[in-house]
Design a protein around this ligand. Structure first.
Ligand SMILES: NC(=O)c1ccc[n+]([C@@H]2O[C@H](COP(=O)([O-])OP(=O)(O)OC[C@H]3O[C@@H](n4cnc5c(N)ncnc54)[C@H](OP(=O)(O)O)[C@@H]3O)[C@@H](O)[C@H]2O)c1
Length: 294
């Protein structure tokens, strides 16, 4: 049964495909700390199937979620994939035995990662592969991405990757990256209270490039704010729905990939497509970000 009309969210171009602006991020389907299997694999499968049944046609993943676990669950839940489904992965990191996140930028590691993603997902070519910068794992940091991006461009020429994106990067890295390969999307940390990428989003919008915020709901520490709760209560919605609706209204080139392991949360999140935030709600939410920046 349909929970929300995702058409209200609109669509945007991702590479050569058009996707609905409300998608799904699969990271939460792994075990604790994104490591090992989930407690309830059947529930994870059900979340993915429900997302697609309700109109989600853009799923974000990586082989380093689990590792391998999340891609295998996606394959179990959805393969053979519907023609309209765009699966986006990311490479550039690997997991230590202690669940740590380590850089994996060598030619061998990147090539292996693309092949691993294809094998675990059951695909011949990836729609989009994001190069995840690990120069600083916790936020964009300047430094050259020329070598790893050249490897992905080679894999693109071989037909294993259709489109390339960048993640955890600066505006300069996007500009420099475009000299090596077309960059179809940027995936960085951004949400209603964390707005460091405002200028980059506006620039990418002018260039008709997708911006895909990770941690749209705050990530490992989900958003909590009295303002968000007040706005939500006045609209009869939940704070998470307001946070997603704000992102949808922020810019046309923003594609959402909220993550959840819960069917109820998935449906709640998809219903955010139907919310139009009034001017006074936008003003209150902007004041919240201004207060944090001050
Ligand atoms: N490129 C990168 O470096 C990078 C980094 C991180 C993530 N990502 C991608 O971005 C996607 C989104 O990020 P994320 O999943 O880390 O963070 P998120 O979407 O900001 O938030 C997920 C957290 O919010 C909770 N949640 C979701 N919906 C909720 C609701 N309606 N009410 C209350 N709590 C709710 C989830 O718990 P429940 O499971 O209990 O719902 C989970 O704890 C990931 O899935 C992944 O694909 C990329």
């Amino acid at each position: 049964m349909s929970t929300a009309n995702l058409d209200n969210a609109g669509t945007f171009t991702l590479g050569t495909r058009t996707v609905t602006r409300l998608g799904y991020g699969a990271m939460q389907l792994a075990g604790p700390h994104v490591f090992g299997p989930p407690k309830d694999r059947a529930a994870a499968v059900a979340v993915l199937r429900d997302a697609v049944a309700n109109g989600v046609d853009h799923i974000d993943t990586s082989d380093f979620y689990g590792p391998y676990v999340v891609n295998e669950i996606i394959r179990e839940a959805l393969h053979p994939y519907p023609d309209n489904l765009v699966i986006v992965t990311k490479v550039g990191a690997r997991r230590g035995d202690d669940a740590s996140w380590l850089p994996a930028f060598s030619r061998e590691a990147l090539t292996q990662a693309v092949h691993d993603n294809l094998r675990h997902l059951g695909l011949d070519a990836m729609d989009v592969v994001n190069l995840r910068s690990m120069i600083d794992p916790f936020g964009p940091a300047e430094g050259s991405l020329e070598e790893p991006l050249t490897v992905l461009a080679d894999l693109q020429r071989q037909g294993l990757i259709k489109h390339i994106g960048l993640s955890n990067v600066t505006a300069k890295q996007v500009e420099d990256g475009r000299k090596i390969a077309p960059i179809v999307c940027v995936q960085n940390h951004y949400n209603v209270v964390h707005r460091a990428d405002d200028a980059l989003i506006d620039r990418l919008a002018r260039e008709r490039t997708a911006y895909v915020p990770f941690f749209p709901l705050g990530g490992f520490t989900p958003l909590q704010s009295a303002t968000l709760s007040d706005v939500a209560a006045r609209l009869g919605k939940t704070p998470m729905q307001v946070a997603l609706a704000w992102l949808l209204q922020r810019s046309r080139n923003i594609l959402l990939i909220p993550g959840t392991s819960s069917l109820a949360h998935l449906r709640e999140n998809l219903a955010a497509a139907e919310i139009a935030l009034p001017a006074e709600a936008l003003k209150a939410l902007d004041a919240m970000a201004d207060a944090r920046a001050a």
